[in-house]
Design a protein around this ligand. Sequence first.
Ligand SMILES: [Zn+2]
Length: 48
Amino acid sequence: MAQKKYWRCKVCGDIHYGVNPPKECPTCHADEAYEEISSAEAKKLLKL
Ligand SMILES: [Zn+2]
């Protein structure tokens, strides 16, 4: 089973949770701008 991870767009900071990052950012439309971040970092960014 593939594990879901957190991804962040390097351009606009959009957070995506899934097995793979989106090819194109739905917010700023940058191509392949997502980088993997830790769940701790994602929670901090999302203020959970
Ligand atoms: Zn973006």
